[in-house]
Design a protein around this ligand. Structure first.
Ligand SMILES: NC(=O)c1ccc[n+]([C@@H]2O[C@H](COP(=O)([O-])OP(=O)(O)OC[C@H]3O[C@@H](n4cnc5c(N)ncnc54)[C@H](O)[C@@H]3O)[C@@H](O)[C@H]2O)c1
Length: 284
C-alpha cells in the first residue's frame, strides 16, 4: 500500500467509530488512515475491492459496497455497529465525475448516475446514519462537495450540480438534526492529486505544464489528499463542536478570487497604451 502522509494527526478520536466511503483511493483512503491514526476505529467502504488493502486488525475493517445504493448504505452502517459497536462519524466521500466533459456529452443516464453516487449517496448516509449517531449522544457527518459546487467552471455540469446539491444537503441536514448533537458539514476541495484527477496531472506532466496546475490559487499548487483528510478529521472531531451546516473550502484559496488571465509586463503594457493613445489622439 502506498504511504500516506498522516500529517502527524494529533486530534484524539479514540473510542470513536467512523465510516468512510470512497476509501480505496485518494481523499477517502487518506482519511480512513488518518482517522485510524487519530485513534478511531474505521469502516473503510468502497465499491472497489482494493479497499481490502486498508484492513488493520481491530482498527480498520474494509467493506465493499455501492455508496449510492440504499441497501448497501444500510448494510455498511449495520456492519460498523456489528464490528465496532456503534457509529459516531460518517464521511460520505465517494464520488464520480461521470466521465464527461461538455454539457453536450451528458446523457440522462450519466446525469442519473452522477446524482445517485454524489448526492443521493450522502443523503442516504445522513438519513440512515444520522439517527444512529444521535442515539450514541451525537457526532459528526461530513460530505465531500467541491469548489465545483460553489460556482461554475471547475468541473462537468452534472458533477458540479451534484456538488452544489451536497452543499445544500448539509445545510438542510444540519437543521434537520438540530438538537441531536449531530453536526453536518461539507468540504469543498479544490484540485487534489488523486485517481480522479490523474488525467489532468498526467497531461500537465507530459506537456511540461505541471507548474500551471495551481496557477489560479494563492497557494500555487494542487493538494495532497492528506490536506483534505485533515480538514475532514477536524470537522469529525470535538474540535469543531461549534461548526455545523457549513461548506468549508480546502482549495488553496482558489474559491476566494475572481478568475484572472495572464497579465502583461507593466513596461510592455505602458508602451502599448502610449502607442494606442497616440494613434487615437487621446494624448494620454
Ligand atoms: N480530486 C479532486 O481534485 C477533487 C476535488 C473536489 C472534490 N473531490 C471529491 O472528492 C471525493 C473523493 O474523490 P478522489 O479525488 O479521492 O477520487 P478517487 O477517484 O481517487 O477516489 C474516489 C473513490 O470513490 C470510490 N467510489 C466511486 N463511486 C463509488 C460508489 N458508487 N460506491 C462506493 N465507492 C465509490 C472509487 O472506487 C474510489 O475509490 C469525491 O467525492 C470527489 O468528487 C475531488
Amino acid at each position: 500500500m502506498a504511504e500516506v502522509n498522516t500529517r502527524g494527526a494529533s486530534i484524539d478520536m479514540s473510542g470513536k467509530v467512523a465510516l468512510v466511503t470512497g476509501a480505496a483511493s485518494g481523499i477517502g483512503k487518506a482519511s480512513a488512515l488518518m482517522f485510524a491514526q487519530a485513534g478511531a476505529q474505521v469502516l473503510a467502504c468502497d465499491r472497489n475491492p482494493e479497499v481490502s488493502a486498508l484492513a488493520q486488525e481491530g482498527r480498520i475493517e474494509a467493506f465493499q459496497m455501492d455508496a449510492g445504493a440504499e441497501a448497501d448504505v444500510i448494510a455498511a452502517l449495520d456492519r460498523a455497529e456489528e464490528v465496532f459497536g456503534g457509529i459516531d462519524v460518517i464521511f460520505a466521500n465517494a464520488g464520480i465525475t461521470g466521465g464527461v466533459r461538455d454539457a453536450s456529452d451528458h446523457t440522462p443516464e450519466i446525469w442519473a448516475e452522477v446524482l445517485r453516487v454524489n448526492l443521493i449517496g450522502p443523503a442516504l448516509l445522513i438519513q440512515h446514519g444520522g439517527p444512529r449517531i444521535a442515539a450514541r449522544g451525537g457526532g459528526a457527518i461530513i460530505a465531500t462537495a467541491s469548489v465545483a459546487g460553489m460556482r461554475a467552471n471547475a468541473g462537468p455540469v452534472a458533477y458540479s450540480a451534484s456538488k452544489a446539491g451536497v452543499i445544500n444537503l448539509v445545510q438542510n441536514a444540519a437543521y434537520a438534526m438540530a438538537g441531536t448533537g449531530v453536526r453536518v458539514n461539507a468540504i469543498c476541495p479544490g484540485l487534489v492529486e488523486t485517481e480522479m484527477t490523474r488525467p489532468i496531472y498526467d497531461y500537465a506532466r507530459a506537456t511540461g505544464a505541471e507548474g500551471m496546475l495551481g496557477a489560479r490559487t494563492p497557494i500555487q499548487r494542487g493538494a495532497d489528499p492528506s490536506e483534505i483528510a485533515s480538514v475532514a478529521l477536524f470537522l469529525a472531531s470535538p474540535m469543531a463542536s461549534f461548526v455545523t451546516g457549513q461548506a468549508v473550502p480546502a482549495c488553496g484559496g482558489l474559491s476566494a478570487s475572481h478568475p484572472f488571465g495572464p497579465r502583461p509586463d507593466p513596461a510592455e503594457a505602458a508602451k502599448v497604451i502610449a502607442e494606442y493613445r497616440a494613434k487615437v489622439g487621446s494624448g494620454g
